[in-house]
Design a protein. Structure first.
Lengths: 390, 196
């Protein structure tokens, strides 16, 4: 069979796994595709190359297409998120100095309780906390702002953008006191002895949507079959990745020189949810640290587009309702249903829902029969109701 | 007469930065600076107050510039992504060359274009040079491996150099592989077998 070549861009992080696994384990070939994977250096590069048509699809921070839809980016062709690639996978870290102060004040680094960690940080932190995030439209930024906001910091933290590979260096240079970043970069900073891990992203928000598969809308319209094949290949790779026994193998594949180019042991920490939280070697186990499939993790809820849009709109002084409407149109639940129904994906009855309402995994009615949805509660019980259904 | 433009080139590799700066000097009398360190980028940019920032499309520090591009406080200089205002061809040419530009708000397109054109040309030239260098190095490496494989065969089978090469070539053809690949496998296997 002749394979159709598709160019995909990814940034080296453990949550690029669905793309890499689809290419390496034959899920792409099964759909008649040959993935040409391009390792990218910056999120802006993913967006620009997609916009210029130099790649067909990109691994992208889920809030990026939202911001783009709101006009907070360069003038590019419309970009749509057709499915999530992952939920979770982020970790919050504090500098070694701050970690020592927190420990002196009695914090035990349980890597679990967001309120306790937030209060401990508030007592130990400098007057104005400087926080590193990988991009100004990222789940990391939303997690940090929500968490620190709820924990009652007097002064709003100063949020600065730091490219993930430079996170450890930036902390070592004293430019940030804390950061939130996707794995393996938090673990890498621990190994360098400059940071201690304080919380997984999932302790703040149980299922934080992290990366999405983003395509150009004109490409989707012109190439419906290739779009479907691409989505099915990556969706099956995600299903494979959520079989727990496959995570070690995934770490081996990802760590190869042409992908993340780092020790497999480092990639394994995030993928297996066994994280070393301090340079001295304390291990914490976090079930569900990163999810690629289970509990409808890949379904691109329009309510999540609205949630991101509302928060971004407030920050940039834009009208939230208009922002939410625009953003929701770029999360393509219609394509998800169309292309993944036949592949066997469980499909929820609605495309928007109350976000943050599930404190544990719950069985709900689906298009056909029942399906399980992942717990998605915020640590403080915040719920978000989108003002429109779609 | 237009005022001199202040241009910042962000490039950690001095070998790469130098020809870009030379290229920019050729097209006019501008104030050009190179930033090579990766930390403290926002601070450096604030100090220089450049009209144009040129940076590799794949440089992770671009994401820091993206944030500056959106900042619009009263004391901050508004900066826009070049792609916002340019003609589509030039934007695409820049992305294909692997370059991105950030431009201060209000700068006229006719002042930006020659600068971007020059940068694109130099980026292409550098890429070509690097590709050539890599190809030359790879060819040299391959020749060394083939020489070692020939020596292994000559010793093990008591044949001359020409016969050894013919054997390598025939094996490569039979296996549908390149001579260098077969040579590499042979050298590896010989190494394993000889380490007693």
């Amino acid at each position: 069979m002749r394979l159709t070549s598709v160019r995909l861009g990814y940034v080296p992080l453990i949550d690029a796994a669905p793309l890499i696994v689809a290419a390496e384990l034959g899920f792409a070939a099964e759909e008649g595709l040959e993935f040409s994977l391009l390792r990218l250096g910056a999120w802006a590069q993913a967006r620009d190359m997609l916009g210029a048509g130099l790649i067909e699809a990109a691994h992208m921070l889920a809030p990026m297409p939202v911001a783009q839809a709101m006009g907070l980016g360069p003038a590019l062709p419309d970009l749509d998120l057709v499915m999530f690639l992952s939920q979770g996978g982020q970790a919050v870290a504090v500098s070694a100095a701050l970690a020592a102060r927190m420990r002196d004040l009695g914090h035990d680094f349980d890597f679990r309780d967001a309120r306790k960690a937030g209060e401990a940080l508030r007592r130990a932190a400098p007057e104005r906390l400087r926080v590193g995030v990988p991009f100004h439209f990222s789940t990391q930024l939303e997690l940090m702002q929500h968490w620190l906001g709820v924990c009652g910091f007097d002064a709003a933290p100063e949020v600065v953008t730091v490219p993930p590979p430079l996170m450890a260096e930036s902390m070592a240079a004293g430019e940030v006191d804390a950061f939130c970043v996707g794995e393996p970069w938090a673990s890498s900073a621990v190994d360098r002895g400059v940071a201690a891990l304080l919380l997984p992203g999932t302790a703040v928000w149980a299922s934080p949507p992290e990366k999405g598969l983003v395509l150009r809308r004109d490409f989707i319209a012109a190439e419906p079959e290739m779009t479907g094949a691409l989505m099915r290949a990556i969706w099956r790779a995600g299903r494979w990745l959520d079989e727990r026994e496959n995570r070690d193998t995934a770490a081996e594949i990802l760590s190869r020189r042409e992908y993340l180019d780092l020790p497999a042991e480092l990639a394994e920490r995030g993928l297996t949810g066994r994280l070393q939280v301090t340079p001295s070697g304390e291990i914490r186990h976090v079930p569900g640290f990163v999810a690629f499939h289970a509990g409808a993790a890949t379904f691109p809820w329009k309510s999540l587009a609205a949630l991101f849009a509302q928060r971004i709109a407030r920050r940039y002084g834009l009208q939230p309702d208009a922002a939410m409407r625009r953003a929701m149109a770029h999360f393509r639940t219609d394509l998800y249903r169309q292309h993944l129904r036949a592949a066997g994906a469980a499909l929820p009855g609605a495309s928007a829902r109350l976000e943050g309402a599930l404190t544990e995994d719950r069985e709900v009615g689906a298009e056909k029969g029942q399906m399980i949805l992942r717990a998605d509660a915020f640590f403080d019980g915040t719920v978000f109701e989108p003002p429109f259904a779609d | 007469m237009d005022k001199r433009l202040s241009i910042v080139v962000i490039e950690p590799d001095p070998e790469r930065a130098a020809p870009i700066v030379d290229g920019l000097r050729e097209i006019g009398d501008h104030d050009i600076r190179i930033i090579s360190e990766e930390t403290g980028l926002a601070r450096h940019i604030a100090e220089f107050r450049p009209d144009i920032v040129l940076i590799d499309l794949a440089n992770p520090s671009r994401d820091v510039l993206e944030e500056l591009a959106l900042a619009s406080g009263p004391t901050e200089r508004p900066v826009a992504m070049f792609v916002d205002r340019s003609d589509e061809h030039l934007t695409r040419a820049a992305v294909e060359a692997g370059i991105s530009a950030y431009v201060v708000d209000g700068l006229r397109p006719d002042r930006i274009k020659p600068i971007l054109d020059a940068a694109i040309a130099r980026f292409h030239m550098f890429q070509r040079m690097r590709a050539e260098l890599a190809a030359t190095r790879a060819a040299l490496e391959e020749r060394k491996v083939i020489d070692r494989a020939k020596a292994v065969l000559m010793k093990a089978r008591g044949i001359d150099e020409e016969a050894a090469y013919a054997l390598l070539r025939k094996t490569a053809m039979d296996q549908g592989k390149r001579v260098a690949e077969i040579a590499q496998q042979l050298v590896l296997a010989a190494g394993l077998l000889s380490c007693g």
